[in-house]
Design a protein around this ligand. Structure first.
Ligand code: HEC
Ligand code: HEC
Length: 363
């Protein structure tokens, strides 16, 4: 139990340090105790509280939705018990009530936040995918598909409003204070709250795409792929059909994710993120271990710790087991994502686009 608790602390501290990367001003503020009063609080207290006692550890740390999902995944790997629905509600609660740099996005008219390179906006892909639909409906005609501007609207990738934005703070106040045109004619000030935040994620993704050759920079125009060729690859050379079926586990996959997320999910299935319409988080499948001591009983469970010297797992009943590694101790590791990692070296660009086009057609 002690080890588990320490493991959880480590993951929380890690998540917090990710979230806190930016705060260069002054000493850390005192951590508020307790969780905000909002729907979902009891579930967080019950599921997290039972495992790690200090729910207060969670409170006071801002985080992106993806990082919160990471934290919750970490808790599950360490024995937190909850139904997928409950775990989804927990991520929802944390992401909503404890966003990164609390106050920035939520404050609405807080104005433009001056920010250095060390507190970069962290793009949440799922939010960006949602932001894209707002952008397409309200902004794209004037600002262009890549947000690089047209004769009717400014280049937003180079806009200071966007570059200085963190989690919708500047973009939201710009739309609120400026009475800006929109495609549908709705008041720009009505694009606020979650919508402004999503839009900001989308615009920051466009900036990242332009600035560096990151994973967002691959063209994600699904029309460039050939769905038929994708289907052949899926059932043939790609070997996808060995593990998946488009009428089974991948049924409706094209409805579940926006194309950008779909590509991300199949290239890096570990990517944490939400489906269309903020549908529940996809939780990571844990890495499992099978350990057989010489002459002893085989134990299988979720990996808690593995290095050259020690191995520890948690079995289905929630019991913790650990061993010192010796030559006679047999340890088998099963990483459900290993196949996907290996495949990254094998696809050509064409394969990737064909697969996205094919999966996108599975509605
Ligand atoms: C009818 C065309 C049109 C539409 C629709 C439109 N914009 Fe603009 N936008 C412009 C023009 C023109 C400018 C430059 C003049 C200005 O700042 O008002 C601009 C400027 C901006 C700027 C400031 C750029 C800078 O740094 O000076 C932002 C941010 C922006 N738009 C965001 C949006 C968003 C977000 C939407 C969708 C919700 C949107 N715009 C919809 C035409 C449009
Ligand atoms: C050895 C087994 C294996 C092979 C081969 C494999 N996958 Fe997967 N795939 C997985 C596992 C395991 C996951 C994770 C499922 C989860 O997290 O629930 C996954 C996840 C995915 C997801 C995300 C599903 C979702 O709902 O989020 C997609 C899409 C996907 N794979 C597509 C493919 C494609 C396309 C191929 C062939 C190029 C392929 N996979 C080959 C095992 C495999």
């Amino acid at each position: 139990m002690t080890l588990t608790y320490r493991g959880l602390l480590i993951s929380l501290v890690f998540a917090a340090s990710v979230a806190a990367q930016g705060s260069r001003s002054g000493p850390p503020k005192p951590v508020p105790r307790g969780l905000p009063d909002a729907p979902g609080k009891e579930i967080v207290q019950r599921v997290c509280g039972a495992t790690c006692h200090g729910v207060e550890i969670v409170a006071g740390k801002g985080n992106t939705r993806d990082n919160w999902t990471n934290v919750v995944n970490g808790m599950v790997a360490r024995g937190a018990k909850g139904t997928p629905q409950e775990l989804g509600d927990i991520v929802e609660f944390l992401a909503k009530n404890l966003p990164p740099r609390t106050g920035a996005a939520g404050a609405g008219g807080a104005g433009f936040i001056g920010a250095g390179p060390d507190d970069a906006h962290i793009v949440d892909l799922a939010a960006a995918a949602r932001g894209k639909s707002v952008y397409t409906a309200e902004c794209q005609n004037c600002h262009g598909e890549a947000a690089r501007g047209t004769k009717d609207g400014a280049d937003l990738v180079r806009s200071l409003v966007v570059l200085k934005d963190r989690y919708g703070a500047s973009v939201g106040s710009f739309l609120k204070l400026k009475k800006h045109p929109t495609q549908s004619g709705r008041a720009s000030a009505s694009i606020e709250g979650d919508q402004a935040i999503d839009l900001a994620h989308f615009l920051h993704m466009k900036v990242a795409e332009t600035l560096r050759n990151g994973p967002y920079s691959q063209p994600i125009n699904v029309l460039t792929g050939d769905a038929k060729a994708g289907q052949e690859y899926f059932n043939g050379a790609g070997g996808c059909a060995k593990c998946h079926s488009v009428t089974g586990d991948l049924a409706g996959i094209g409805r579940k994710y926006e194309p950008v997320m779909l590509q991300q999910k199949f290239l890096f299935p570990k990517t944490l993120g939400f489906g269309r319409g903020g549908r529940g988080p996809t939780l990571q499948k844990p890495v499992t271990l099978t350990v057989t001591p010489a002459g002893g009983k085989t134990v299988t469970g979720t990996l808690v710790h593995l290095d050259d010297f020690n191995v520890a797992l948690r079995d289905e009943a929630g019991d913790y087991h650990s061993w010192v590694r010796t030559a006679s101790l047999k340890v088998e590791k099963n990483d459900p994502y290993a196949a996907h990692v290996e495949m990254l070296d094998k696809y050509t660009d064409k394969n990737m686009h064909d697969i996205v086009a094919y999966l996108e057609s599975i509605k």
